[in-house]
Design a protein around this ligand. Structure first.
Ligand SMILES: Cc1cc2nc3c(=O)[nH]c(=O)nc-3n(C[C@H](O)[C@H](O)[C@H](O)COP(=O)(O)OP(=O)(O)OC[C@H]3O[C@@H](n4cnc5c(N)ncnc54)[C@H](O)[C@@H]3O)c2cc1C
Length: 370
């Protein structure tokens, strides 16, 4: 690892983001990787080569490392920049297409993802199939023109803005619950697709239900082998869980809060902020280890489950810490805005991407060797 190069990259991204913020191109938000969608911002990052860095150059990437990607992700998240347009596509769909996709799929999707031009949504959860994802009922049957997809997905973040959705569906009968599942890359403009938004108490409306009514999906949009959807999806989920989103989602709030705090005259406040920073450092060490494992080709799914579990608990707990410190900082309008948003969004942290109980099951099974 060339630390100097990483630092150079970090400072370049930081300067770019700061310039865009000063220009009024975005207002920092907690959770901006989920609620801040700007195709223009993502394209600007893509033009600088900061999306899909780990992809091979022949597919529009930079032959870069997961550590370099982590540095870029950290700077974007810490600034609360609007990165949702490329986030899902880059974080988990691109590695999956690279690993499981056909050569045609790699050439079709990966360069567009690296340019920040392709917005992807995730079609895993269904009414009644969340934690128990293997029970999905959305089904695709083969036809002479491709796959015919019918069913419903729910909680698909950003599907109303997305170009494609990666759908986990049943494509064949199987003796095991995890068999017979496949992934289809579905163009959301296809006939028979109906996307409906679900408002939430945060005021964001990234949540969507997606209905598929005999949607014709071309044969070449099957990702990987028929029947191998389950291992593919669990591989993707590790990328979703193992990143710095968890501990950096509230960073814009922590930074605004700390900036308005007179820590010198309030030892309790200084201790509280110190505690938050210490936890951040520990979570960051784990995220770094996960990035190193990706670079070495090692399985990081258990560490990723740990990162998501510990990170989301931290995310929720720190709001109580800041409110307990209180003081003048919380009555500052900017802090009040960020704190209000973060409080309303916080219950979702330990649900999305796998609930705390499910993650602990993964870690527990690994510890007991089952
Ligand atoms: C902000 C946000 C964004 C999301 N984005 C997407 C998206 O883009 N695409 C998508 O497909 N999904 C998305 N989801 C859905 C998310 O993946 C599910 O909410 C999650 O998997 C939990 O499923 P569920 O809501 O059906 O809860 P359930 O599975 O019904 O769980 C309810 C409770 O029961 C517990 N429980 C369930 N099974 C067990 C068990 N075996 N052992 C112990 N406890 C158990 C759970 O831990 C939980 O506390 C999103 C969710 C949120 C909150």
């Amino acid at each position: 690892v060339d630390e100097a190069r990483l630092q150079e990259l970090r400072l370049a991204v930081r300067a770019f983001v700061e310039e865009r913020r000063r220009a009024g191109d975005f207002i920092p938000r907690c959770d901006a990787w989920q609620n801040g969608l700007s195709r223009e911002f993502s394209r600007a990052l893509g033009a600088r080569g900061w999306i899909g860095m780990t992809l091979p150059a022949r597919y529009g990437g930079r032959d870069g490392s997961a550590l370099e990607r982590l540095v870029v992700a950290e700077e974007l998240l810490a600034a609360g920049a609007p990165v949702f347009a490329h986030w899902i596509a880059e974080r988990q769909i691109a590695p999956s297409i690279l690993r499981h996709g056909s050569e045609d799929q790699r050439r079709r999707f990966l360069p567009a993802i690296a340019r920040g031009e392709l917005v992807f949504a995730l079609g895993m959860s269904e009414p009644g199939s969340g934690s128990d994802l293997a029970s999905v009922r959305t089904r695709a049957r083969p036809s002479d023109r491709g796959w015919v997809l019918s069913g419903q997905k729910i909680w698909s973040s950003g599907a109303h803005e997305a170009d494609f959705i990666a759908v986990l569906c049943r494509t064949s009968e199987s003796e095991t619950r995890h068999g017979g599942l496949s992934q289809l890359l579905v163009d959301l403009r296809s006939e028979g697709v109906d996307v409906r938004r679900i408002p939430t108490m945060t005021g964001d409306d990234h949540f969507c239900e997606v209905f598929f009514d005999d949607v014709l999906v071309p044969e070449d949009c099957l990702l990987g082998l028929e029947g191998s959807g389950w291992p593919q999806v669990t591989h993707e989920l590790a990328f979703e869980r193992g990143g710095p989103e968890r501990f950096l989602s509230p960073f814009p709030l922590v930074e605004a809060f700390a900036a308005r705090l007179d820590a010198g005259s309030d030892p309790h406040a200084a201790t509280a902020i110190g505690g938050i920073v210490a936890e951040c450092v520990a979570l960051r060490a784990l995220a770094t280890r996960i990035a190193q494992a990706i670079d070495s080709g090692n399985d990081m799914s258990v560490d990723a489950a740990l990162e998501k579990d510990a990170g989301t608990e931290f995310e929720q707990r720190l709001l109580d810490v800041l409110r307990a410190v209180g003081g003048a900082a919380t009555s500052d309008p900017e802090v009040e805005r960020l704190l209000g948003e973060a409080i309303l969004a916080s219950p979702s942290a330990t649900l999305r991407g796998g609930t705390t109980q499910i993650l602990r099951g993964i870690v527990g099974r690994a510890l007991t060797g089952r």
